[in-house]
Design a binder for this molecule. Structure first.
Ligand SMILES: N[C@@H](CCC(=O)N[C@@H](CS)C(=O)NCC(=O)O)C(=O)O
Length: 218
């Protein structure tokens, strides 16, 4: 493991960590990945970021990024060979607004749909409200192949892990909805080489051990 690499604390199934890893892969930005077990977070991670969520990126210069969107922007501002920060439709600000709508509006509904027992307004009412957000994505995808034009952008990668989780709560229900473009978009993303690399499985990191090099080789 070469020294002076940025360190990413990650959890494979976390949608926030997923979007960060997708951007790191798209940017070709190498880092040392440390897979975390959320019920046993490493002291090293908590020392750098006491709020205790993943992803956390500790940059080579010691600065700490503790929001998934910041990790995405950091990676893509260093290197953006696929133009993820350059949407064909709209602006970067528009994409950030869509990500905020996902994180602040859609994600709480996803949690309520996924864990109805934890919420008074969980289950189907939450699914209906979440479906309104997905209908908006379907409309965007009727106009272009990806959310902000013909090519993939930060908006697609930032939202996809959450749409995927929503779909996975009840796959039969999701597949029965009249959202052909959203279904095709999700399927293309989840079967892509990029996603496969971002989802590579790693053993949990143990303090004192070298992490693994990420992205994995093709
Ligand atoms: N706003 C944060 C949210 C990150 C987040 O909530 N991650 C979850 C896992 S998906 C987490 O680490 N939760 C802490 C825990 O479960 O202990 C971001 O965008 O990075």
């Amino acid at each position: 493991m070469p020294s002076a690499l940025s360190v990413l604390y990650s959890f494979r199934r976390c949608p926030y960590a997923m979007r960060a890893r997708l951007a790191l892969v798209a940017a070709g930005q190498r880092c040392e990945l440390r897979e975390v077990v959320l019920r046993n977070k490493p002291a090293e991670m908590l020392a750098a970021s006491p709020k205790g969520t993943v992803p956390v990126l500790i940059v080579e210069d010691g600065s700490v990024l503790e929001q998934s969107l910041d990790v995405m922007l950091w990676a893509l501002r260093r290197s953006d060979p696929q133009g993820w920060l350059q949407p064909e439709v709209g602006t970067l600000q528009d994409m950030l607004a869509l990500v905020a709508a996902c994180d602040d509006g859609f994600k709480p509904l996803l949690d309520r749909y996924k864990y109805p027992e934890r919420h008074l307004d969980g289950g189907e009412p939450a699914r209906e409200r979440g479906a309104a957000f997905l209908l908006d994505l379907e409309a965007r995808l009727s106009a272009s192949q990806q959310l902000a034009g013909a090519h993939s952008t930060l908006a697609d990668a930032a939202l996809m892990p959450f749409v995927r989780q929503f779909a996975m709560v009840d796959t039969a229900w999701f597949n029965a909805q009249p959202w052909p473009r959203l279904q095709a978009w999700l399927s293309a993303w989840t079967t892509s080489e990029l996603f496969e690399r971002a989802m590579h499985k790693y053993e949990p990191w143990k303090p004192g051990e070298a992490g693994v090099l990420f992205p994995p080789s093709r």
